[in-house]
Design a protein around this ligand. Sequence first.
Ligand SMILES: O=C[C@H](O)COP(=O)(O)O
Length: 260
Amino acid sequence: MRPLFIAGNWKMNPATAKEAVALAEAIKNGVGPAADVRVAVCPPALFLDQVDAALANSPIGLGAQNMHWKPDGAYTGEISGAMLNDAGCTHVILGHSERRHGMGETDAQVNAKLHTALAVGLIPIVCIGETQQEREGGQTEDVVAGQLTGSLAGISAEQMVGIVLAYEPVWAIGTGLTATPAQAQGVHEFIRDWLTKLFGEATAARIVVQYGGSVKPDNAAELLACPDIDGALVGGASLKEADFLGIIRAAQVVAAKSQA
Ligand SMILES: O=C[C@H](O)COP(=O)(O)O
């Protein structure tokens, strides 16, 4: 049984530490002491320390949105895994499409970051997903398989269990367009089959694969009820406490039903 995992990617929001702390506190109070689904928030790097303090004594994980693959050195503007550890991070998002497509990040770089993240004890959330053009060209499975192959190179089955994947069709990110549950489940099933071929059925059955792309309180339940969707990586809706808590509630209902 894979636990549902809801993570909020705040991207380059909000503008101030005060707002970030207020949002973290509201989420912490809404989730309560014992969440029955996994929850994490990923604020901008500059606010990690203060959000970590705001989340003290809560089960909510703290994630960064990116990191460098080198442990230290002359890398202007970059942030290392050790720095993320020191700021209280438990998770790190790697290979988000806004970095792949906006900043030219490659599978090889995502792979190098992944090995470093694991080495410093961070739980990586590795993002993959096709563009609209690739989907329309019938290339979705090839693109996803290529990103998986490149991003996960050299990863053992044992390591894989500690890695979270996030399937985010680029055309559904921040656009209001959501993949239908059938479209999303179709790709998640393909990912699970790919993981099974590479790491074996027992390992593949334990790997958490989130869906991301315009997840909202009103579409979360249907998406999360799909057999191979194990949570959500939420962008826009994670910036509004009521929406993010609504998605967490939907996950709690789905989790309770599947345990009944
Ligand atoms: O990391 C989150 C995704 O990019 C989804 O963003 P969105 O929920 O605003 O579409």
